[in-house]
Write a protein that binds this ligand. Sequence first.
Ligand code: X8Z
Ligand code: ZN
Length: 628
Amino acid sequence: MKRHRLVSLALIALASLISAHSNVDDFLAKYNRLGQQEYYDDSVASWSVAVNLDDKSLPEIAAKADANIAGWEQMMAAQAATQFGDLKSINDTSKKRQLKMIQRVGVKLNSADTIRLSTLLINMTNVYNKNRICPWSKVSRAPNCSVPHEHWWRSDPEMFDRISHSRDYDELAYVWTAWRNISALNKAYFQQYVEMSNKGARQGGFKDTGDYWRSLFESDDLKDMMDQKFQEVLPLYEELYTYIRRKLLAQYPGRFETSAIPAHILGNMWAQDWSDIGDFTAPFPNIATVDITEQMVTQGYTPLKMFQTADAFFQSLGLIKMNDEFWKNSMMVQPQNRSVVCHPSAWDFRNGQDFRIKMCTQVNMANLLIVHHEMGHIEYYMQYAKQPLSFREGANPGFHEAIGDTIALSVVTPQHLQEIGLLNSTSSYEQDINFLFKQALRKVAFLPSGYLIDLWRWSVFDGTYNSSTYNTGWWDLRTKYQGIVPPNNRPVDAFDAGSKYHVISGTPYIRYFFSHIAQFQFYKAMCKAANQTDALYKCDFFNSKEAGDLLSRMLQLGGSLPWPQAMQKITGQQNLDAGAMFEYFEPLQDWLRNENMKAGDCYGWGYTWPDAVMKNLNTPRCGLTLDQ
Ligand code: X8Z
Ligand code: ZN
């Protein structure tokens, strides 16, 4: 009798275990089946707006589609919570992780509020992409508003181009300021967006939107980790900065005196990538250029050819090639008859087939690198397309940003550019330093700017900055971390952070800071797999199936494991490590240090860092005048 009872108890337990399991399987199968269609429909609606900002009927459709997907996600999250509770009874780690992700809604708003939030974002996008300014006249050296409106300058490409290529201090200041006058139009929308987004994050169980965004990294110490990485790379940034400041003082004599650099003369609207002032700052100006723009134009490169060039590189590693849908549906050229969102992006429509890039491609080297960046996203999408829906993400958002850039580190080597006929020059010490310098203008210059954008936004979301301190807070950080100052006094109602696309589009940014360090780790690991033994910065893994295999094994994981395990898979390390970046730039850092010492320049821009940071920085320090 006793034995009988035991057996039947065991049978009941077994039966409930099996039923819990089949419940989980059924639930996940349903989630994946329905989700593909739900996400696809929403992507189609968002894409339609992004490629046509002039059709007034589209925003409403897109906002409703957003509300629809939000409602569906919330429903599935609620069902998962009701059926499986705290997940303690689920032993399978993969299924448990999927359910955990399904339960995390992030921004949880009702339908009407979701529509409000989406509409605010679309309104900001319209302001960003549609406003024009009077062109600058080289003759009168002033804005000329008498030309027809269709000849006025758009943000992309005209304003961004002028900031990159004009060397007229006053024209630069005009365009820089005019663009920020437009950005200020978004301040009120942004303030409402912050409130609505925070409301959703709180309803979703987070402290605020910044808290939710950080959770995507699954690292409790993300803030500290990022701060520590910034401190590590600061000496390298300062070395580059000190050199560049000297060159700028020579280029624009008497135009600025402070130890910090005016933000508008660094060749980029946001002073985040300085490669467009590489011409007059190059270490060895008489050595052949490492910029291939001219060659691309001479050889008749088109946007399509740029995409094909990138695709060929991915294929040479044995990676997945871009599919027919990609070539058919992507937007590679800016339409001339309507406004679009020009900021480059890569889209996963989540049906396993439809992947697209949207980019207003111009034929130049910078854009060739961006094409690789975007294709890296598509490659990741395709590699993890067989994963369940909730794992179709990067190991963390920073991984996603790093893939195309890792490939591009190989593509830009003079060795590779020579191989594909875009550069004809032999390697020399001078050329190597010029090359590394140009790379530093892209990668090292970016670091503080990549770090501070979300420092600012985290402080906006947690209430440290409010709408009356948005701008002063922004400039405090820009000066503290980047060493730049605005070219003129900023109006009280200015909203200069809104000049950056990611701020007005609600796209988190710390991912790019993470990526700018991680990509050198990935690159080094792939170089090793390709048996490249020369200096790291010379490594080109073109054609290496071993390098491709190593990368794809990591890419296929998607978000199925916490990122340190994905990092382990490709690099053998579990952490973010700036070592590979330092190794890459070592010859340049030595060269810069020597130059800066010879010139007797002071370091920094007058900010006093805590002792622990200061002890790693070079001396002499520039006058300690700034507030701490
Ligand atoms: O936004 C981008 C990509 C799209 S994910 C073009 N990037 C950041 C930026 O432009 O600010 C790439 C580097 C940093
Ligand atoms: Zn990207």
